[in-house]
Design a protein around this ligand. Structure first.
Ligand SMILES: Nc1ncnc2c1ncn2[C@@H]1O[C@H](COP(=O)(O)OP(=O)(O)OP(=O)(O)O)[C@@H](O)[C@H]1O
Length: 388
């Protein structure tokens, strides 16, 4: 059988079947098409302006490594005029983050981009290893997510940067749409689908240039460009419900490759129908909760109703984790519940302010991170240097 030709250039031999649409492409054309599509996402959504300083949330994983490589390439090719910096958060997870940070350090040299590392240890006085030692593995993602959102903001502020980009991809987006749909959570659905999250009260804007890029294509791109990235999963990340949503999306993708983008687009369309009272509330949450309940194992398991009190909070996190594991159960009583009982009340309109403890944007007097820290610190033995 003669070799199949690339459908884009009609010259070279096709080596890649694009996961997104099954087009047969040569290596060069695949790389070009992948980069062009991200360029289109950036320009259509007016993500950047000339001279802007951008912090790339760099975890060392495939998504953020590809994001950094593509942004560097497009910035030079299309003269975006961006000042790019890698920003890494060191959560303090031995055997995971310390290794992935080594990858980011190499990336910094390979792409000739400056790197800033901000640690939970210096910001909060706790590493995630210590948090897990204290509270156990269940619910630890909630702490990590809340801390990371603030850490990215604080890292960016330290660098005088007002725009952070993250490597959330189309699969992450589709999973999140599906999860919020299954939970009936319109507020989060709307927040999760937007490519940019910004709030007038917050100086830091977030965006996701890889929002329409398939995970499989990100891996192919990284492979064909020989990018140096880290593949190990976080040693503390369980999340049963997201795992189920992921499996569902992957199964759909197998039958119909466009399913991922279809779910993302449907999420966008549904988000546009969300009533104003709800979406006004979301814009506030977006500033405080960020990561848009989106993508990738962390920062997206945020508990919506963190209680003021640590014991309650801790219990709630544990209960929710356990509930998450039971989420496949379908009870007949749920199905036969009278209509009025099922009606959701709209969330109360929140007022944005600043945390009285740390000054971070918060709709509460004390922000989520400080509440979590209060609880953690109250369990820590007081150490004092003896005067004798
Ligand atoms: N420790 C970190 N430091 C800086 N940015 C991070 C960190 N962890 C996550 N991010 C940002 O959030 C995005 C989504 O993170 P997530 O944990 O979902 O990882 P992921 O989907 O495996 O992405 P990646 O492949 O980049 O690790 C990442 O692509 C990255 O931009």
């Amino acid at each position: 059988m003669p070799p199949i030709q690339c459908v884009a250039c009609n010259k070279s031999r096709a080596l890649i079947i694009r996961p997104k649409n099954h087009d047969k492409l040569c290596k060069q054309c695949f790389i070009q098409v992948f980069e062009d599509e991200i360029h289109v996402t950036i320009t259509r959504n007016h993500l950047f302006s000339p001279g802007e300083k951008i912090a790339i949330g760099a975890s060392g994983g495939k998504d953020s490594t590809v994001l950094a490589a593509v942004l560097k390439t497009l910035n030079e090719r299309h003269n975006y005029g961006l000042d790019l910096v890698l920003l890494s958060i060191d959560e303090g997870i031995k055997g995971y983050r310390d290794d992935s940070l080594e990858t980011v350090k190499r990336n910094s040299k390979q792409y000739d981009l400056p790197l800033e590392i901000v640690g939970y240890d210096e910001l909060y006085g706790w590493t995630m290893d210590q948090v897990v030692q204290q509270i156990g593995k269940k619910g630890n993602c909630t702490y990590c997510g809340v801390f990371r959102r603030q850490a990215l903001d604080r890292g960016a502020a330290r660098l005088g940067i007002q725009h952070v980009v993250t490597g959330h991809n189309a699969d992450d987006m589709a999973e999140t749409v599906m999860m919020n749909l299954l939970r009936g959570d319109l507020a989060r659905l709307s927040r999760a689908t937007s490519i940019v999250t910004a709030n007038p009260a917050s100086a830091i804007k977030r965006s996701k240039p890889l929002k329409y890029a398939y995970e499989k294509e990100i891996v192919l791109y990284a492979h064909h460009r020989n990018l140096d990235y880290f593949t190990t999963e976080c040693i503390y990340s369980p999340e049963a419900f997201r795992g189920s949503a992921r499996t569902l999306i992957k199964d759909l993708e197998r039958i119909r490759p466009s399913a991922i983008l279809d779910v993302v687009r449907s999420g966008e369309d549904m988000a546009a129908l969300v009533p104003k009272e709800v979406s006004n509330n979301q814009s506030i949450s977006a500033a405080t909760e960020e990561s848009e309940s989106t993508g990738g194992g962390c920062g997206r398991h945020g508990n919506q109703n963190l209680s003021d009190e640590f014991p309650n909070l801790n219990k709630q996190i544990h209960d929710n984790s356990e509930a998450g594991e039971r989420e496949i159960e379908i009870k007949m009583s749920d199905l036969t519940m009278p209509k009025e009982k099922k009606t959701r009340r709209l969330p109360k309109q929140q007022q944005l302010g600043r945390c009285v403890k740390c000054g971070y944007i918060s709709s509460q007097e004390v922000c989520k991170a400080c509440k979590l820290l209060e609880g953690l610190n109250s369990t820590r033995p007081k150490i004092a240097i003896s005067s004798t």
